[in-house]
Design a protein around this ligand. Structure first.
Ligand code: ADP
Length: 486
């Protein structure tokens, strides 16, 4: 039996919307929150909301990766745990181990599981051993171009080359025919080296337009493993998620059940603890294949929180305190649909180039079924040092049709001025018939982009006309010559 340790104060080794999300969970659990922040994040709303904040001067990215500094600050501030959020140190087994070595609880899985799943090939081997289906591909890193070409030919083109220690679509190359293999292999290896300092790659069969379906797992220290349903993350740009949906609108029920069964069994057999996500590709015949496991909270976790009613960050904290799960699988009732839109400071009309800058006007949507996880506000200067996501708009309803309608209404209400954002793209997607019909795959956005009108003026036009009328009324009131007619 693992021992139970009460956590009183948590250092959040992250920034932006996820830092704010963790602060909210801490407050609701009655725990103190501490943030570290870089020079350029001094105006971050999360810095104000935390109970304590400590600057880390110098390079704005290195500030969130300097784990010796972060651990020493956590100790000085009397914290008993560290929550890593996503990105930065969240998938560093070394950091998780260093926390433990310094008497701090790392809020996440055991270092050995972080290390295992950080190695995409080793994790494929481990998952296959516990009964998870795989795409044909290599089990070991390839460092010789001729061997690589031979293996690719055996698997049969098209194939995909991936960085063994990578992520975010970096070091990934799709090769349609044998003649292109060598050139693609070299560029994948070089990109992997540049981004991850490790050039090892592996090869996998490439599926044409599959769906990306992932399963949310929650597991405690006592071998209790449950799932909280699936998410469909097929709407992607350059292999990066743009919209996430829970549950997948058109997934065959037998496939869904099998995904749940295989995923929970695998995590039980591997002794995994904390929250985690197993990602799969599902082909047109409903066969599914493991691609990777994420050993952290994901950007898209809110959609699962909404359909399950379970606060994933709070449960993550409690699991790391040694609490057993509070619910059995049979007690989990998944209800309705939730859709998350990543709101990015980027310009859809200029190839989605990041467009950080000053938000001159910000008006958030609200009303029933709308949740916003964001760090944006009027007069917030978005630093250019980090990724372009400034928040997530999440809508939910009992049926898919209602969720889509709500999405349209909420996206229409959203006002962000001063910088370009991808809200215009989302507005186009939610009016597209294939999206409305739930017909989604990973090729969806590529096919649709050229047909979308990203200049389209939405219902705001109506609001702008109204604003003009209101301005005239205000002027009349000020001039004291308003006649009210009924
Ligand atoms: P990363 O860790 O870089 O995000 P993943 O392995 O999770 O990479 O894959 C990201 C996306 O790339 C998937 O959701 C899918 O769209 C595409 N992809 C990955 N592997 C394949 C494959 N074998 N066939 C087709 N598409 C793939």
């Amino acid at each position: 039996m693992a021992e139970q340790t009460k956590i009183n104060k948590i250092l959040i080794a992250n920034r932006g919307e996820i830092a704010l999300r963790i602060i909210r969970a801490c407050k609701e659990l009655g725990k103190k929150s501490v943030v570290i922040f870089s020079e350029v994040d001094v105006n971050g709303v999360w810095v104000r909301k935390a109970d304590e904040c400590y600057p880390i001067m110098g390079d704005p990215i290195a500030a969130y990766l300097d784990y010796e500094r972060i651990i020493s600050l956590a100790k000085k501030a009397d914290c008993d745990a560290i929550h890593p959020g996503y990105g930065f140190l969240s998938e560093s087994a070394e950091f998780a181990q260093a926390c433990a070595d310094n008497g701090l609880i790392f809020i996440g899985p055991k270092p050995e599981h972080i290390a295992l799943f950080g190695d995409k090939m080793a994790s494929k081997v481990a998952m296959r051993e516990v009964g998870v289906p795989m795409l044909p591909g290599t089990d070991e890193p390839i460092d010789n171009i001729d061997d690589a070409q031979k293996i690719a030919t055996e698997i049969g083109f098209p194939i995909i080359i991936k960085a063994a220690f990578g992520g975010g679509g970096r070091g990934m190359r799709i090769v349609e025919k044998a003649e292109d293999f060598k050139e693609m292999y070299i560029s994948a290896t070089n990109e992997a080296l540049r981004f991850f300092n490790r050039g090892e790659t592996f090869i996998e069969k490439y599926l044409k337009n599959p769906r990306h379906i992932e399963i949310q797992i929650v597991a405690d220290k006592y071998g209790n493993v449950i799932h909280l349903g699936d998410r469909d993350c097929s709407i992607q740009r350059r292999h990066q998620k743009v919209i996430e949906i829970a549950p997948s609108p058109l997934l065959n029920e037998d496939t869904r059940r099998e995904l749940y069964r295989v995923s929970t069994k695998a995590m039980f057999k591997l002794g995994y603890e904390s929250v985690g996500t197993i990602e799969y590709l599902v082909d047109q015949d409903d066969n599914f294949y493991f691609i990777e496991m994420n050993t952290r909270v994901q950007v898209e976790h809110p959609v699962t929180e909404i359909i399950s009613g379970i606060d994933l960050i709070q449960r993550m904290i409690e699991i790391s305190e040694g609490d057993p799960l509070k619910f059995l699988q049979e007690e989990i009732k998944l209800r309705g649909y939730a859709i998350e839109f990543r709101i990015n400071a980027e310009n859809p009309k200029l190839g989605f180039v990041p467009s950080p800058g000053l938000i001159t006007n910000y008006l958030a949507p609200g009303g029933p079924g709308v949740r916003l996880d964001s760090m944006a506000y009027t007069n917030y200067q978005i630093p250019s040092n980090y990724d372009s996501m400034i928040g997530k708009l999440i809508v939910s309803a009992l049926t898919w049709e209602d969720a889509v309608r709500k999405a349209r209404r909420a996206l229409d209400e959203f006002i962000i001025e001063g910088i370009p954002t991808n809200i215009s793209l989302h507005r186009q997607i939610v009016c597209d018939q294939d999206f409305i019909d739930g017909k989604l795959d990973t090729g969806y956005l590529d096919t649709k982009l050229s047909t979308f009108n990203l200049d389209a003026i939405h219902n705001m036009q109506n609001e702008e006309i109204k604003m003009k009328q209101i301005e005239q009324i205000i002027a009349a009131i000020n001039a004291k010559n308003l006649t009210v007619r009924h």
